[in-house]
Design a protein around this ligand. Structure first.
Ligand code: G3P
Length: 214
């Protein structure tokens, strides 16, 4: 399973990269705006740190605008994945960019037919938003399972990138449901190696050692 970090913060990206487990990065306009930095400059800086897929989202909502922005973004670095919304214009732009050899990530996926359409259009990644479905009292994890089954039924190579991951339980459930990738905020990634019994056990091992060997 691949693990991406969901942030535009360079310190967080560097720290996750240094852990040796980072496969890629996803950003979105909200995350880059939060950093208060230049949009393209920040994407370029991220691509200098991480060599795996880096998703850069378009701002346009019309086909022509998405295509133009997507082509510009693809020039930034060879690992750019153009992030497009799950809309009719997004599917059209996905098909056009995919045919040109540019990788795409179709974002804001909230139902299985969006995932089916973008797979038909050649998307590299589809991003179902788990947490935001949970927020409106739907089970986000059901969507991961449905997309997994549809893709497996027909052999679509589009990777399922579970997004809007809010806590470690989401990550466990995504892994069990067969998501290919999860994109996770740094504060949640840090929790993946944490258990109170690990801390208590380590403390006891060290105390016993000290008692006997000084
Ligand atoms: O980057 C897309 C997604 O992961 C956002 O998550 O927590 O804002 O719903 P969230």
């Amino acid at each position: 399973m691949d693990l991406y970090i969901d942030t535009a913060n360079l310190d967080e990206i560097k720290q996750a990269h240094d852990m040796g487990i980072l496969d890629g990065v996803t950003t979105n306009p909200s995350l880059i705006a939060k950093e208060g930095v230049d949009y393209t400059k920040r994407i370029t800086e991220i691509c200098e740190i991480v060599k795996g897929p880096v998703s850069s989202e378009v701002i346009s909502t019309d086909y022509e605008g998405m295509l133009k922005e997507g082509r510009e973004a693809a020039k930034i670095a060879s690992n750019i994945v153009v992030k497009l919304p799950c809309t009719i214009d997004g599917v059209k732009a996905c098909k056009a960019l995919s045919d040109e050899g540019t990788k795409t990530n179709l974002t804001l996926c909230f139902q299985p037919l969006q995932a089916l359409m973008v797979a038909k259009a050649g998307a590299f990644l589809v991003s179902p938003f788990i947490g935001r479905l949970d927020d409106i009292s739907q089970d986000g994890m059901d969507l991961i399972g449905q997309i997994r089954q549809i893709y497996d039924n027909y052999g679509y190579p589009t990777k399922i990138l579970a997004a809007s991951i809010r806590h470690p339980k989401h990550m466990v459930d995504c892994a069990l449901a067969g998501a290919d990738v999860a994109t996770v905020p740094f504060n949640v990634i840090k929790q993946f190696m944490s258990h109170p019994l690990t801390d208590i056990g380590l403390e006891k091992f060290l105390a016993d050692y000290k008692k006997q060997f000084g």
